[in-house]
Write a protein that binds this ligand. Structure first.
Ligand code: A3P
Length: 297
């Protein structure tokens, strides 16, 4: 079954949320001028984007860290392709921080030519799917699919926002020698957030004091993010989220797929994804007790 056109449109081979982007805007991104100082968080949807946006914002904005500025996280680290408030990104002061779900080939030319820094976060795809399933109940901009198996089949066919998970991850990891890019896994952030914050700050060339690092780790914890109104989407417009249907910061764990997928569904998932996943430079964690590590590239 094709995704409902009420919620998504297809452009240049990719699916976009209908009410939040236009084909013209997506086209304009090809020539969008990239600066060396730009930083992008890139993910497949539901892989820990907000979490990484929060870490970036805390690293760059002292006013966010010490609570003196009451700015929504989405204004600190806005979406490149979903510029819903028509912000004038071209005239924003540096350093600009952006989030994006775009596949590599739809990114602005300047980025593809090696400008800017990219932090790519990957999460095990079964938890991505489960998170997407619950998110589409909460989000009024996504088609709610009651039957998990139907959504799973769409996910395995790449007929969801972000397209085919495998294509997204492969497309970005193929650029690892060409771009200034840091790969992180959701599961490693979960296991050891402090090391991940240090990895990110080192990658960005920021030397932070121990106290600041600890403060960032604290404010980027699941519990603190859930309580922080600048972050937790509780103030989001009722036209975008139906807060009676769920919560954006839902569970924040590894292995939740086991609570919803049947053995047969999990096997079906593996039969479609396993071969290509084995070639990816990540050893994914499927359970909270697994130890994440990157395979050597
Ligand atoms: P769950 O639905 O599994 O809870 P994205 O921002 O890419 O849409 O990803 C959303 C997922 O990241 C949600 O997963 C959300 O709970 C999780 N997440 C956000 N902040 C987190 C944090 N500080 N720690 C752990 N998970 C977090």
């Amino acid at each position: 079954m094709e995704p409902s056109e009420k919620y998504m449109f297809k452009h240049k081979g990719s699916y976009f949320v209908r009410d939040l982007a236009t084909p013209e805007h997506i086209d304009s991104l090809e020539e969008f001028e990239i600066r060396d100082s730009d930083v992008f968080v890139v993910t497949f949807p539901k892989s820990g984007t907000l979490w990484t946006q929060q870490i970036l914002s805390l690293i760059y904005h002292e006013g966010h860290r010490n609570g003196t500025e009451d700015t929504d996280l989405h204004d600190r680290v806005p979406w490149l392709e979903y510029n819903v408030f028509n912000k004038d990104y071209a005239n924003w002061p540096s350093p600009r921080l952006f989030a994006s779900h775009l596949p590599y080939h739809l990114m602005p030319k300047g980025l593809r030519n090696g400008k800017a820094k990219v932090i790519y976060v990957a999460r095990n795809p079964k938890d991505v799917l489960v998170s997407y399933y619950y998110f589409s109940k909460l989000s009024l901009k996504h088609e709610e699919i009651e039957d998990f198996e139907i959504l799973m089949e769409r996910f395995l066919a790449g007929k969801v926002q972000g397209d085919l998970w495998l294509d997204h991850v492969e497309g970005w990891t193929a650029q690892r020698d060409h771009l200034d890019i840091l790969f992180l896994m959701y599961e490693e952030m979960k296991k050891d957030l402090k090391s991940s914050v240090l990895k990110i700050s080192n990658f960005l060339g920021k030397s932070l004091t121990e106290k600041i690092v600890d403060d960032i780790v604290d404010k980027a914890s699941f519990d603190k993010m859930r309580m922080d109104h600048r972050v937790n989407s509780k103030d989001a417009s009722s036209a975008i989220l139906d807060q009676s249907k769920g919560i954006f910061l839902r569970k924040g764990t590894t292995g939740d797929w086991k609570n919803i997928m049947t053995v047969a569904q999990s096997e079906r998932f593996d039969s479609v994804f396993r071969k290509r996943m084995e070639k990816l430079p990540f050893k994914f964690c499927w359970d909270i007790n697994d130890v994440p590590r990157e395979k050597p590239f």
